[in-house]
Design a protein around this ligand. Structure first.
Ligand code: UDP
Length: 358
């Protein structure tokens, strides 16, 4: 497979290119390669600066349309980022969440198996399930996956994503790679409730919104859960390491090459682990610095129960620590951006972007 960065005859299809990760990937493809982009999404507000770019073609559509699926699969490299991935929606809209995270990507995988396209599918670190506070590293091909009961509808997302992974891994002839993101953060992440989205976004956008509005940060169940926040720039570097490795595989070896195809990769920064309560402390300090105020002037964080905050059916992963050995061993990739740098970039962007809206 030829994926030389200077080959202008290559087109990459990015499904969900208008989203947080997709918009960063689109920028990186345009900046680091001579490839063309076929971008599919329903929302292009993050891409205003790219809409008339000569190497981009955009389609406003989703994967519910079989003709769109077939068209996407005609490109040699397909990156699928499209998903409903807003935690508050996992509670009330389980069926839509499952359609978006299983039905649609499964249809795309079947089309890619027919066409021969390389499918890079974005899954989630949430497929490891209800991990305990003292659980160790999550290892791609070893760790068990334990979910809460069906009444805990938080797991609608994770189980749909997991079923998609299993479907992809079982499809004869499909050239695939699965990415499991560990709490990516950066500019353009999520939304501000009531301004450009509804519901509860992920924790960083939530905390940033509360800070801008002068409201207390809400610590769900005391903020004891731990996460490894990972800069979106590291995530993009991972993808380029993957493209380079996949592009180096000769056609005769395609589908069987160890290290690239038929692999799921954790993508995360294991050195950036914090509890959510610690995250709240860091975000308050960074906000105070950015605004030039004393941190004591900001409201104290408040504890809230998960059920009260998200509604019935909330459940949580208490620790999500990636093993990063596989990406390092097979692709030579390791995330580099420290937590404080990633948080400051994200929060500064949020403050600048949304200040005019307040
Ligand atoms: N959380 C919180 N306050 C918020 C939003 C989230 O304490 O305003 C917690 C949530 O309960 C979870 C963690 O932060 O333990 C990360 O939640 P997020 O929705 O960002 O994504 P997840 O990693 O759970 O997929």
């Amino acid at each position: 497979m030829n994926l030389r960065l200077d080959d202008s005859s290559i087109t990459v299809a990015i499904v969900g290119c208008g989203g947080f990760i997709g918009s960063h990937l689109l920028d990186a493809v345009l900046e680091r390669t001579r490839w063309r982009v076929f971008g599919v999404d329903l929302d292009f507000y993050r891409l205003q600066h790219r809409l008339n770019h000569e190497r981009c073609e955009f389609l406003c559509a989703d994967l519910a349309d079989p003709a769109v699926v077939e068209r996407i699969a005609q490109f040699p490299l397909v990156v699928n980022l499209a998903a409903i991935c807003t935690p508050s929606r996992y509670m009330g809209e389980a069926c839509e969440v499952i359609r978006s995270n299983y039905d649609h990507p499964a249809a795309l995988a079947e089309a890619c198996a027919r066409s021969g396209a390389w499918l890079v599918h974005f899954s989630t670190s949430e497929i490891y399930g209800r991990t305990a506070t003292d659980s160790g590293e999550l290892v791609e091909d070893e760790s068990p996956m334990l979910f809460g009961p069906v009444t805990a509808s938080r797991w609608s997302y994770a189980t749909a994503k997991l079923l998609t992974e299993r479907f992809i891994a079982g499809l004869p002839g499909l050239k695939w790679t699965v990415v499991r993101p560990f709490n990516f953060v950066g500019p353009y992440m999520d939304f501000m409730p009531g301004v450009d989205g509804e519901g509860i976004p992920r924790v960083l956008a939530n905390f940033s919104t509360a800070l801008l509005r002068g409201e207390p940060l809400k610590l769900v169940n005391g903020g004891k859960a731990k996460r490894c926040f990972t800069s979106v720039h590291d995530a993009i570097d991972f993808l380029f390491a993957l493209f380079a490795a996949g592009g180096a595989v000769t056609d005769s070896a395609s589908g069987t090459a160890p290290g690239v195809f038929s692999q799921a990769f954790n993508v995360g920064n294991a050195e950036n682990e914090v509890t959510i309560a610690e995250l709240a402390g860091k975000m308050r300090s960074i906000f105070a610095k950015v605004r030039g105020v004393d941190v004591s002037a900001l409201p104290e964080p408040q504890n809230v129960s998960g059920e009260e905050y998200y509604g019935a059916g909330y459940d949580d992963s208490m620790r999500r620590m990636p093993s990063v050995a596989k990406a390092q061993r097979l692709l030579g990739f390791k995330a580099r951006i420290p937590l404080d740098v990633a948080l400051e970039e994200s929060l500064s962007w949020f403050v600048k972007h949304y200040s005019v809206e307040q």
